[in-house]
Design a protein around this ligand. Sequence first.
Ligand code: HEC
Length: 180
Amino acid sequence: MKLSAFQPLAFLVVGVLICGAVLRAQTVAPQTTNFAPLDYFNDKCARCHGNYGSFYGQNFGKGKTDDQIAQVVKDMCEGPAQAPIAPHDLEVLVAWHRALRDAKPFVASVHFDNSVLSGEATPGATVSLETTTGEQAAVPLNGHKWSAGLPEGVQIAHVRVQSEGQTTELDPRTASYAPK
Ligand code: HEC
């Protein structure tokens, strides 16, 4: 039998194996924003609005729609802050503003390098991780920054942040920040 008859089949089999490997890799690596909204805010916006928006006041965003908040944040980045950001980064920054308005803790998974997952969360929140096998670990929050080493094969099912009786859960297999 001629070998060439098998070639398409061989390609198909190899193709399926490669796709399978890529899919598996994607489910293991946590999703990340690659943009740190609170670092950005404290760097570019805090001179007028205070660190973490402390000058926004208690009634921040009350009665404002998501679209209105998105618009003012975009205008501020491009105008007074002189620091325009990409649409995806803007979404993350706006999500943090929505969380502020709704008095919900915010969490982002920002980078995954050398088996270390690092992120940001609302300052003062309690942060914990739960693996897909059910192990839980508390993670210290340093200002608004947290990080955790993930041993080979360990996959995070939830990053949980709790603050003032409110809980936000991020599943980094499917999203890089929460609440959306
Ligand atoms: C030079 C000072 C200055 C800087 C820098 C600045 N802002 Fe503002 N911001 C203002 C002023 C003044 C207002 C109120 C007037 C207005 O809405 O234009 C405001 C209003 C806002 C509001 C609406 C507040 C409310 O109570 O509804 C948001 C949200 C906001 N800014 C976000 C940002 C963000 C995000 C950044 C950084 C990218 C930023 N601002 C940078 C001066 C500043």
